[in-house]
Design a protein around this ligand. Structure first.
Ligand code: ADP
Ligand code: MG
Length: 233
């Protein structure tokens, strides 16, 4: 299976952290809607990929030693043309080296820029007693400050996933609070079910994972996983 190949390759490389690109390949193998993402090793490759994907693009550092990319000045969004892509490539590499001089840098990921949506987070851990466990919450301030999250022991299906959406205090936001259109909870429950299958299937491999953020659009418009992380056992 595609997912196992990616995991084995990372292990052969002596790593227990997958890069965002690798994690998205694993997510994609389980049908999760991730942004298309490719690795550029040079400035010219970054430009070629940006043209292929279509501007605007997002560019991010790819290093197994830099897991919080924004903290390292390693994320540039809304790159609109070739000149900006060249500049972003060089700035990202420079920032990464300044952040961690000995970091092993694979290059820069060039990816489609997802439209803005409601930020949600999916996470998984491997509980010593219960095994693979799923966390769901809204992103940003809701998870960071208010700790507005809910948990389930995997596996869960879409009906159980939808119950999680009702449990958070900010549940109304997904339903379309203050004149906002309701969010695509059907796509979200579908995605949580697939995420559950992934962590159950790869129970012996994955120690923890997250999709942060998952941008959720209006009903009928789906969602996009714009960042993915997998730590191996
Ligand atoms: P970090 O490692 O810092 O969590 P992310 O990949 O989550 O890095 O990027 C930081 C932020 O940039 C995200 O929370 C999101 O707001 C935005 N972002 C990242 N990738 C994309 C994308 N492909 N399309 C749109 N926005 C993005
Ligand atoms: Mg993130």
């Amino acid at each position: 299976k595609a997912a196992m190949q990616i995991i084995s390759a990372a292990r052969a490389d002596g790593r227990d952290a997958l890069t965002e690109i690798e994690a998205k390949q694993v997510f994609n193998a389980y049908g999760l809607p991730v942004t298309s993402t490719e690795l550029a090793k040079t400035e010219d490759e970054a430009v070629a990929l940006a043209k292929k994907i279509g501007f605007p693009v997002v560019m991010k550092i790819v290093s197994p030693e830099i897991l919080h990319k924004s903290d390292a000045g390693g994320v540039k969004v809304n790159i609109k043309d070739e000149a900006a892509a060249r500049e972003a490539f060089n700035t990202i590499i420079k920032n990464a080296k300044a952040y961690k001089a000995d970091a092993n840098i694979h290059g820069v990921a060039v990816q489609e820029m997802a439209p803005w949506g409601t930020e949600t987070i999916l996470g998984s851990t491997n509980d010593a007693t219960f095994g693979p466990t799923i966390m769901f919450g809204l992103g940003g301030i809701f998870v960071e400050v208010l700790k507005d999250v809910t948990f389930r022991v995997a596996p869960i299906d879409k009906v159980q996933a939808a119950e999680m959406f009702e449990e958070i205090r900010a549940a109304a936001i997904l339903k379309g609070a203050r004149g906002e259109a309701p969010r695509d909870r059907k796509a979200l429950s579908d995605t949580v079910e697939k995420y559950s299958s992934m962590i159950i299937d790869l129970e012996d491999e994955i120690s923890e994972s997250d999709a942060n953020p998952v941008l959720v659009y209006e009903e009928g418009k789906g969602l996009k996983v714009v960042d993915a992380r997998i730590i191996l056992k």
